[in-house]
Design a protein around this ligand. Structure first.
Ligand code: OAD
Length: 246
């Protein structure tokens, strides 16, 4: 793991707006399996297209419902880690701070982040498959998805499935933050899934310093202004310590 470079620290200290994009790596230390890691055991025989598309849900609602219920239970059973906590601390250290996530696990909110732009939705939230109305589900028994009060269709998880568009308001807000920020942190994301992967490049074109925090190299690594190689649960708290040191 590397120390925080003095010039990076100086850029952070003078930043008016810091934007952060997180991916599955941020939740890895909490034990949240990535989509493919989660496809073990009972679920190993299914391909992502069998479980995470609108067509799959219409074809086999019970199967897809049970799969998402099992993912929700795994997420509910884990805790935010030091990386999530550090990002929640960070929101009060800059005049403006924007947290954008591709994760659907809700762990940023649970760690105390007040406003999170969720680009790919949230598995703990639901909406109607047909009318799109947000629906709350306090008790989610396994079995078939409950019917929507609209009478036309049923509950579905409020996540972005393969072949679906990202929620436009969330995408607009994320792109605006990328254009406006002085420092952009790309944390625990493979930077391969668009349009989220475009955000750090867009920030850099507008003059922001781009910092990659990742255990492994990604397509962003060669272009990032700073690369901090290691676990986000270790590096993000180091940034907080450095910012608060004097
Ligand atoms: P990926 O699983 O593609 O990438 C996770 C990244 O985190 C990899 O680059 C790992 O090397 C890195 N990593 C793992 N553990 C880490 C740790 N402890 N600290 C720092 N980095 C670590 O996840 P995403 O980039 O989030 O989309 O994937 C993007 C999207 O692809 C997902 O949101 C999902 C998927 O298709 C949808 O569901 C729409």
């Amino acid at each position: 793991m590397e120390a925080i470079a003095p010039d990076l620290l100086a850029r952070l200290k003078s930043a008016k707006h810091v934007a952060v994009l997180t991916g599955a790596g941020v939740s890895a230390e909490s034990g949240v399996p990535t989509f493919r890691d989660a496809q073990t055991g009972l679920w190993a025989k299914f391909r992502p297209e069998d479980l995470a598309t609108p067509e799959a849900f219409r074809r086999s609602p019970k199967l897809v419902w049970d799969w998402y219920q099992s993912r929700s239970y795994s997420v509910a059973a884990v805790e935010p880690n030091q990386g999530h906590v550090a990002l929640a601390v960070m929101q009060d250290l800059f005049p403006q701070f924007t947290l954008i996530t591709q994760n659907v696990d809700g762990l940023h909110e649970r760690a105390g982040s007040r406003k999170v732009i969720e680009l790919h939705g949230n598995i703990l939230k639901h909406k109607c498959l047909d009318c799109g109305m947000p629906l709350s589900l306090t008790d989610a028994p396994p079995g078939s998805p409950p019917a929507c009060p609209c009478g036309k269709s049923c509950y579905r998880p409020d996540v972005v499935w393969f072949g679906e568009n990202l929620p436009i308001e969330a995408l607009d807000a994320a792109q605006a933050a990328a254009r406006d920020c002085d420092v952009f942190l790309s944390v625990g994301t493979s930077t391969v899934v668009y349009p989220a992967a475009e955000l750090p490049f867009s920030a850099q074109r507008r003059g922001a310093a781009v910092v990659e925090i990742n255990r492994d190299a990604t397509p962003l690594s060669a272009q990032a202004d700073y690369v901090l190689r290691g676990a986000s649960g270790k590096i993000l708290p180091l940034i907080i310590d450095a910012l608060q040191a004097d």
